[in-house]
Design a protein around this ligand. Structure first.
Ligand code: NAP
Ligand code: COA
Length: 258
């Protein structure tokens, strides 16, 4: 990969497992200084141990629903490393459930992790972003613009995430800050995929629904993030970029299985 992030400061919220940890690892391999944050201390510790860029990674155990905790982590990162060159917001919650069986608190929980959490991350990081030059990437999902049964909470939450992306691309563009979303398709070996397609049969059906004919890998998504954060994407802001093998080009029905 032609990407060099040597000495760049990258923080990934929700970066301790799955797709987001893969993104963090890719930036570390490209020389960046990493920090990751999520709720569970054991996951944070394991991710920090696995990440080593130009400097040892930093880790924060926090819930993105807690603005003060997000703010404290970002201020610590700023004090230790300097301004933030790449900010990634990827913490999310998901479980398949029919709307008629979803409690108000279940709906609220996903909205608060995905949408309010992304606002918290953006709001707390704004004054610490490298200006000009910072790249902000929110991790979205096809549910943001394709309605899916049993995903009413995620559809609403990720649509909100993408509107945060587009609004901040407008507000922050004049300061040289780019804001984009990446929208993964069905990604093999991840918590999200296991929740939505828990059986081998469901995973095979998901793969058949992808025009490129296979499930995605974590690196398929991470490479798109490297591109978006790089100078190759210097004139790209306010987009929702699918990394989904063409899934959203024409298969917008049903759950991720198509
Ligand atoms: P994952 O491994 O469960 O990743 C979610 C991450 O967010 C974990 O590090 C988790 O760690 C953290 N997290 C969850 N709730 C949090 C909270 N309240 N505060 C702070 N951190 C929190 O899931 P994944 O499948 O890789 O998904 C990663 C991202 O990709 C998500 O944004 C998801 O919506 C998106 N996506 C995934 C797929 C897919 O196929 N997997 C498809 C489309 C979009 P803790 O448990 O320690 O908090
Ligand atoms: N079906 C229906 N409702 C569910 C549910 C399910 N499978 N799982 C949780 N809920 C409801 C709970 O019943 C509760 O509502 P209630 O108080 O009315 O009973 C509400 O959601 C909150 O549950 P709780 O377990 O307290 O939430 P939490 O804040 O501890 O966890 C979740 C958040 C529910 C999203 C949890 O699944 C999680 O932590 N997910 C992170 C990992 C993930 O989802 N990865 C995939 C990303 S794509």
């Amino acid at each position: 990969m032609p990407f060099d992030f040597t000495g760049k400061n990258v923080i990934v919220f929700g970066g301790t497992s799955g797709i987001n940890l893969g993104i963090a690892k890719s930036f570390a391999r490209a020389g960046a200084n990493l920090a990751v944050a999520s709720r569970k201390q054991d996951k944070v510790d394991a991710a920090v141990a696995a990440l080593h860029g130009a400097k040892q990674a930093l880790g924060y155990s926090l819930d993105v629903r807690d603005f003060d905790a997000v703010k404290a982590a970002i201020e610590h990162f700023r004090a230790e490393r300097g301004t933030i060159d790449v900010l990634i917001s990827g913490a999310a919650g998901n479980f398949p459930v029919p709307a008629a069986g979803l409690s108000p608190n279940g709906f609220k929980s996903v909205l608060e992790i995905d949408t309010l959490g992304t606002f918290h991350v953006m709001r707390a990081a704004y004054e610490h972003l490298t200006k000009p030059g910072a790249s902000v990437i929110n991790i979205s999902a096809p549910q943001a613009w394709i309605p899916m049964a049993f995903q009413i909470h995620v559809c609403a939450a990720k649509a909100g995430v993408d509107m945060i992306t587009k609004t901040l691309a407008i507000e922050w563009g004049h300061e040289g800050v780019r804001v984009n979303s990446v929208s993964p398709g069905p990604i093999d070996g991840t918590e999200g995929m296991d929740r939505l397609a828990p059986t081998p049969e469901a995973k095979a059906a998901s793969a058949r629904a992808v025009p490129l004919g296979r499930l995605g890998t974590v690196d398929d998504v991470a490479d798109v993030c490297l591109f978006l954060a790089s100078d190759y994407a210097r004139y790209v802001s306010g987009v929702v970029l699918p990394a989904d093998g063409g899934w959203t080009a024409g298969r917008g029905f049903g759950a991720l299985g198509g």
